[in-house]
Design a protein around this ligand. Structure first.
Ligand code: FAD
Length: 621
């Protein structure tokens, strides 16, 4: 049957990409359908119930700054919060939260169910309705036809999913869920480049069978960090500790003795897994001289005894998994509640996408999340939001929008994917961004929320909170700049106590704050009253201390911006450009970059070739 209502945006898949896509589109006022296998698994974390960490928290904060759900759901579900790299510079500081899996999911579902313009429907999508080179809708596996202006595919690890435990394998999208085979076959018939990747998850352990006295305790930070710009500590549920266990020589011997029963080493799995999140058998094999690996024993929630042993993702047979777990101190009597497994799945070469995440071959069809070769909830959520936003803009007849590399990690993520593609599951790191000092997790709102408001993604409540914070920062910086400390006064003595040097002349508080020995708390009360809002205080301090470096990065960016703004038209004929080598010409024809700057980032495309393109473009005009 054909469903009687027509949609502007149809999102397939209720994981991290799909939920952000559907919420973004609906927030923008578009009639949105979220079609997913199972309403009970909306926002489900397939693997570790943790959000954030290095590089990833930057994405969560950007999703939040763009009005998305992940940050708030983390504050509603987080049971242990820490700031990683807290002693390093603000550019690489990262908030990480252990989440209660059930509370996180409930928070996401609550937001979806309460979102205006959003309709949820439970069923598997089995086919796309494609008319020529334009998508028109979706057919479910039971034959319901949904017609829509645009379709966003966010099917995660489900396309052609195969689960491996030891040498046994079965079809599945993740443990307990069916794969999407009909849709996978349909997509393989379209002109996209498709390949296989793999990922894995560890066995889960019953906390009642663990001797915690033999493990190292790892409490969360105090004061407790907060993830969302709209979040607060009052939103957090009860906070609990994680623990640390260690593998040992015996664990490694057990693994080595059974490598022939691992599908990765026996050749059953040939696809590539995440290099930075390797299985325990991979770690033992690759780092043969390491006597021990740290394993974080993380609670799965407040109302369950299940634990997630972070660091022993594995596809070894169950009997070997049990021996490995029980070889560790504190886990000698551990009971495994669910075996670990590896999963292989289809992904599509992201070089077949535009910056908007629309596919190059089928108009109005967008891909987001693990389907594009990424790994991680945060990477998926960020792409989902962008794809949902652009699907909604397309349905409204508007031009695509995306952030540049100097504006957001989301800009870096998408540009890396569509320009360079990926041969292994792509995860975000701060090292992937050239402009780390500008792209901090503390300023994602200052970078993006104003633009997001213009795009229709930000409601009045968030806009009011953001505006108050931005005005607070400006007012406090201005106050510090206008407040002076004279030499030989009590305030000057307090400065000398901290810096070891008397003040030789008068200084304003903002200049004093630039000194490495002094923080906001040291200087703000020397004259007048400090602000109470710690987020304003933090921002004023970071901006003062790093202004010099930030200005220098800004200069570089301004130079590059001209190339970012120079569009290469869709019909640009590289055969007509004289002076390009054949190799570079082929690369450009294959990649079809959208801007001159993107052309310059394709490996092998030289600055000289970019100049030739620029000259040719000028001639065309
Ligand atoms: P998913 O979260 O997989 O969501 C896909 C959604 O689409 C599901 O709701 C599904 O039901 C729905 N769906 C699929 N097909 C259809 C269809 N035809 N019709 C309707 N609905 C459909 N990430 C890490 O960062 N670190 C890890 O260590 C890690 N390990 C992992 C281990 C395993 C075993 C798995 C499965 C994943 C792991 N991940 C890991 C990846 C992480 O779970 C994903 O990156 C993230 O969930 C991707 O989000 P997504 O929205 O793209 O897809």
């Amino acid at each position: 049957m054909e469903y009687p209502d027509r949609f502007d945006v149809i999102v397939i898949g209720g994981g991290h990409a799909g939920t952000e896509a559907a919420l973004a589109s609906a927030r923008m006022g578009c009639r949105t359908l979220l079609l997913t296998h199972n309403i009970e698994t909306l926002g489900q974390m397939s693997c570790n119930p943790a959000i954030g960490g290095i590089g990833k928290s930057h994405l969560v904060k950007e999703i939040d700054a763009l009005g998305g759900a992940m940050g708030l759901a983390t504050d509603m579900g987080g049971i242990q919060f820490r700031v990683l790299n807290s002693r390093k510079g603000p550019a690489v500081r990262a908030t990480r939260a252990q989440a209660d899996r059930v509370r996180y999911k409930a928070a996401i579902r609550g937001m979806l169910e309460n979102q205006a313009n959003l309709t949820i429907f439970q069923q598997a999508a089995g086919d796309l309705i494609v008319d020529g080179d334009t998508v028109r809708g979706v057919v479910t596996e039971t034959g319901v036809r949904f017609m829509g202006e645009t379709v966003v595919l966010c099917t995660g690890t489900f396309l052609g999913g195969v689960i491996h435990i030891g040498l046994d394998n079965s079809r599945g999208g993740r443990a307990g869920d069916p794969p999407s085979n009909a849709l996978a076959e349909r997509l393989r018939a379209l002109p996209f480049r498709v390949d296989r990747l793999k990922t894995g998850t560890p066995p889960r352990i019953d906390a009642k069978s663990v001797d915690f006295s033999a493990l190292e305790e790892q409490p969360g930070d105090t004061p407790t960090p907060v993830m969302s710009y709209l979040g607060s500590r009052e939103m957090h549920p009860r906070q609990i500790s994680c623990h640390i266990a260690q593998t040992n020589e015996r664990s490694h011997e057990i693994i080595r003795a059974n490598l022939d029963r691992s599908p990765m080493f026996s050749g059953t799995i040939e696809s590539v897994g995440p290099r930075y999140c390797p299985s325990i058998e991979d770690k033992v094999h690759r780092f043969a001289d390491k006597a021990s690996h740290q394993i974080f024993i993380e609670p799965e929630g407040l109302d369950t005894h299940e634990l997630y042993p972070n660091g022993i993702s594995t596809s070894l047979p169950f009997d070997v998994q049990l021996q490995v777990v029980r070889s560790m101190k504190g886990l000698e009597s551990a009971h495994i509640t669910r075996p670990g497994y590896a999963i292989e799945y289809d992904f599509f070469d992201p070089r077949d996408l535009k910056h908007s995440l629309e596919t190059k071959f089928i108009h109005n069809l967008f891909f987001a999340g693990q389907i594009n070769g990424t790994t991680g909830y945060e990477e998926a959520g960020a792409q989902g939001l962008l794809a949902g936003l652009n699907a909604a803009r397309r349905a409204s007849g508007l031009e695509a929008w995306w952030p540049r590399r100097d504006e957001a990690y989301l800009g870096v993520l998408v540009d890396d994917l569509i320009t360079l593609g990926t041969k292994e599951p792509y995860r975000m790191f701060t090292s992937r961004a050239e402009y780390r000092l500008l792209l901090r997790e503390d300023n994602a709102d200052l970078r993006l929320t104003e633009a997001a408001r213009g795009l229709g993604l930000i409601d009045d409540r968030r806009w009011a909170a953001f505006s108050a914070k931005r005005e607070g920062i400006e007012a406090e910086s201005a106050r510090l700049k206008a407040s002076w400390v004279q030499p030989k006064t009590e305030a000057a003595d307090r400065v000398a106590e901290k810096t070891g040097q008397p003040l030789a002349r008068e200084y304003n508080l903002l200049d004093l704050l630039k000194r490495p020995e002094l923080g906001y708390a040291d200087v703000a009360g020397l004259v007048g009253e400090p602000v109470e809002d710690e987020r304003i205080a933090e921002q004023v301090q970071i901006q003062a201390k790093y202004q010099g470096y930030i200005d220098r990065q800004q200069d570089e960016i301004d130079k590059l911006k001209r190339h970012e703004a120079t569009r290469l038209p869709d019909d640009f004929d590289y055969e007509q450009v004289e002076g390009l080598s054949n190799e570079i010409r082929q690369k450009l024809i294959e990649a079809r970059p959208e801007t001159l700057a993107q052309a310059g980032r394709i490996s092998g495309v030289t600055p000289a070739a970019v100049s030739i393109l620029l000259i040719h473009l000028k001639k065309r005009r």
